[in-house]
Write a protein that binds this ligand. Sequence first.
Ligand code: SAM
Length: 418
Amino acid sequence: MHPKALLDSCSELLKQVLRFDHPADMVLSRYFREFRLGPRERATIAETIYGVLRKKNLYAYLAQHGSGPPERRLAILGFTSDREYLSSALTDQELDWLQRCDQVLPEDLMELHRHNLPQWLVDPLKEQLGADFWPLVESLNAPAGLDMRVNTLKDKRADVQKELLKVGLKTTATPYSPWGLRLADKSQLGKLDAFTRGAIEVQDEGSQLLALLVDAKRGEMVVDFCAGAGGKTLAIGAAMRNTGRLYAFDTSAHRLEALKPRLARSGLSNVHPVAIAHERDDRIKRLAGKIDRVLVDSPCSGLGTLRRNPDLKWRQNPKAIEELTAKQTAILQSAARLLKPGGRLVYATCSILREENEAIAEAFSLANPGFTLMEAGPILTHMGVEHADTLVRGPYLRLWPYLHQTDGFFAAVWQKEL
Ligand SMILES: C[S@@+](CC[C@H](N)C(=O)[O-])C[C@H]1O[C@@H](n2cnc3c(N)ncnc32)[C@H](O)[C@@H]1O
């Protein structure tokens, strides 16, 4: 594709994405389904769009001084291909403006143009993190790597690693999860034999650690309350060695549908997907007091995944967070009723906000004296996770991209009294 056409595609897509009517990945997949492009062109377009979303404050500021349609100026600033290739698509005026942009020094910029966050997010993050605010910002504005979980029901991690190396994919064992492999470069895994036979699934190391906290055992009754497309369900089902009964609940039948082909690949037959109407559904009431372990991977702002979904920081707002926290409280309270005496409850999010994490857990502990908060660190150590003490803040699991190279995750664990 000629660089001029590629830049035009980026500008057109930015116009749609920056309306924030739909998630950016949805807009991109629709575009790629409509226009058949090569893998390099798709990568350039996607990275340019994500690059602009990551640095929207800065680019909008620099774009004020250029000429031509604003989306084109943003696309030029975020364009990920090499400068020579880009230059061949630009007018002399644009080249001149771009050169002036290159000369702007970070120390001359206002804070808002350096952190590229909406102000409502800056204050709570600074309060929570102090001097670590800037390392966090830097990590959130960088693209994420690609982690996989090895399905230990089918293969050993070391064997899969050797198999992938034979087809030219160099991986390293993830430092914390005993199930994980990390790819140095992003690759398409869908056609690999290891993928089609269910030996690997794409899953962030942080998500793997959440499934490890459940510590589901052979023969148990387990509920994944917000199973979605089943990322954690598959990990828990394999940990149960395909025995017992694992219910995968979700209010979205559509998301549960996406679990089915993954289940077929995984070889698991202990998983029972159930679409529920809401968290007080009658089907849940029938299971009250019968379940050994419950994972609540709660709907949340997703702000821990900004490396992969940078549009979320522009799509979320304080009102939406408030609504989410009410939902999180209600779901956790309902899910807790499922547990047997002595059972384990895990509440998790992929948010970095205290409101969706510690605040929900603290309120639950206060309202439910029959549940004892457990220390996440020793549980993870018991599960074979090295350096688990570096993954926690107090009793809670707290993962950060700048510290752990995972998405941002939170988890709290309770035991119901005997
Ligand atoms: C964070 S996502 C789950 C991701 C999934 N566990 C995974 O590992 O891929 C949260 C899920 O909660 C579901 N959800 C929202 N409200 C719910 C409710 N009241 N009860 C159960 N699930 C709900 C959403 O449909 C969404 O799939």
